[in-house]
Write a protein that binds this ligand. Structure first.
Ligand code: 5AD
Ligand code: SF4
Length: 466
């Protein structure tokens, strides 16, 4: 076969995985792999799996059934396809995957993507490779060099990993087991990477980590730096106009970080702050270590610091022992906070987690019914939030071409997609847009002309209170 080797990464799950997919593609680009959108064309297929919810492992095995058929088909035409499983299911299942799925050549955990070239070379020799060891070297070292070249593809908004792992041990969650203990990257490395990203045209950086606001990496003075300190350091990087961070635990929102939302214009007024449940009894059983009232007071303090703050959350319905009254308390939180959007999930027992062992599991029919009610309430809140933006003017970072010629899509401060008419040369600009209508989850608007009198509410607005 001639031509470059082709890589297809199929990602499931969280933002961390989207970012990891880029990392894998960057690492393999240096080995001559080019990415293909078409799985049928690929010489190397990587399933980048997520373990967090709902029968994750089973879904991977059924996906592997499809991949096996592709691989067999290619073999008929004399073409070898290498199949790799990466991500958190790879980490959790390890060698079990090669035992159960003969089609898999390689299993690699999230800590070891920098070793992919070597692992693929071993797989090419016929070895069935499993690498889910937690490395002892600085596990972030491999992240730095790839960024500048890769960023152009990533556009004007980039993710930057600042910590991995979680020490919270919520009783439903596998992350502390699959991603390991919290490790924070030194601030100097993060700032250096932010500088490289900025040079490559990035205007917005989202600092990511499983429990990002527990960040405590080494600061310039050798002492641990908080996330607020890190955000301030990234805000000093020229051309970085917008900073976000995700995902946060309510317990780790300290005064300094709340003050940063008041003091740093670069820090966007939007926060993903999962509450999971509105019932104190369930929150305690989940080991969330805060009450519903703690959470509501935190939201209030953030809104005092930044009145136009928009919140999103994750919810779990049907956690073991959840009653209708507990669930009503969850509905009440949705109303109280007035979320701009939220993800909601049926509780799914993850093997090895304490909640999975409980004998008061909730019947699936209750879970399904509660999920539908919760989602209806969340959707209505999201529509209300989007409607509240119509007629307002705020800054939009223009990111990429829209679906129609002459159109660009950008993001509002609250992360909504906003469609405007603009030349492609304006990608990367931050422009004032007056929102004229909404459609689905996006907004439509027009760029405020230079002579047009700017409305009084530029940059703020869209208050999400219910
Ligand atoms: N069942 C259902 N949802 C879960 N999540 C995490 N673990 C589980 C589970 N076992 C959800 C939480 C978390 C989000 C990323 O996934 O809401 O915030
Ligand atoms: Fe999982 Fe809880 Fe850690 Fe989030 S804070 S990653 S839900 S253990």
């Amino acid at each position: 076969m001639s031509g470059p080797k082709k890589l297809h990464v199929k990602s499931f799950g969280c933002q961390m995985n989207v970012y990891d997919a880029q990392r894998m593609a960057d690492t393999l680009a240096r080995e001559g792999f080019v990415e293909t959108e078409t799985i049928e064309d690929a010489d190397l297929v990587i399933l980048n799996t997520c373990h967090i919810r709902e029968k994750a492992a089973e879904k991977v095995y059924s996906e592997l059934g499809r991949v096996r058929r592709l691989k067999d088909e290619a073999a008929h035409h004399g073409r070898k396809v290498t199949v790799a499983v990466a991500g958190c299911v790879a980490q959790a299942e390890g060698a079990e995957i090669v035992r159960r799925a003969p089609t898999v050549d390689l299993v690699v955990g999230p800590q070891n993507y920098h070793r992919l070239p070597d692992l693929i070379a071993r797989a090419a020799q016929g070895e069935r490779v499993v690498d889910t060891e937690f490395p002892v070297e600085d596990k972030f070292d491999h992240l730095a060099p790839a960024s500048a070249a890769a960023t152009r593809r990533r556009g004007v908004s980039a993710f930057l990993t600042v910590q991995e792992g979680c020490d919270k041990f919520c009783t439903f969650c596998v992350v502390p087991y699959t991603r390991g203990a919290e490790v924070s990257r030194p601030a100097a490395k993060i700032v250096a990477e932010a500088e490289r990203l900025a040079t490559a045209g990035v205007r917005e950086i989202t600092l990511i980590g499983q429990n990002v606001n527990s960040y405590h990496g080494e600061g310039a003075d050798g002492r641990p730096l908080s996330l607020a300190g890190l955000v301030a350091a990234v805000a000093d990087v020229p051309r970085i106009a917008r900073i976000r961070y995700t995902t946060s635990h309510p317990r780790d929102m300290d005064d300094e970080l709340i003050a940063a939302h008041r003091d740093l214009p670069q820090l966007m007024p939007q926060l993903h702050l999962p509450v999971q449940s509105g019932s104190d009894r369930i929150l305690a059983a989940m080991n969330r270590r805060h009450t519903c009232d703690d959470y509501l007071r935190l939201v209030e303090r953030l809104r005092r610091a930044r009145p136009d703050m928009a919140f999103t959350s994750d919810f779990i319905v049907g956690f073991p022992g959840e009653t209708e009254a507990d669930f009503q308390a969850t509905l009440a939180v949705v109303e109280d906070v007035g979320y701009a959007g939220a993800f909601s999930f049926k509780y799914s027992p993850r093997p090895g987690t304490p909640a999975a062992e409980r004998d008061d599991q909730v019947a699936d029919t209750h879970k399904a019914e509660r999920l539908a009610r919760l989602q209806a309430l969340i959707d209505a809140g999201q529509d209300r939030f989007n409607e509240s933006c119509v007629g307002r003017t705020f800054d939009v970072l223009l990111e990429k071409p829209g679906r129609h010629a002459g159109q660009l899509v950008g993001r509002s401060p609250y992360l909504q997609p906003v469609h405007v008419t603009a030349e492609p040369s304006r990608i990367g600009d931050i422009v004032a847009v007056t929102v004229t209508s909404m459609g689905g989850n996006s907004l439509f608007g027009h760029i405020v002309a230079p002579g047009e009198r700017p409305p009084a509410n530029i940059g703020t607005s869209a208050i999400a209170h219910a």
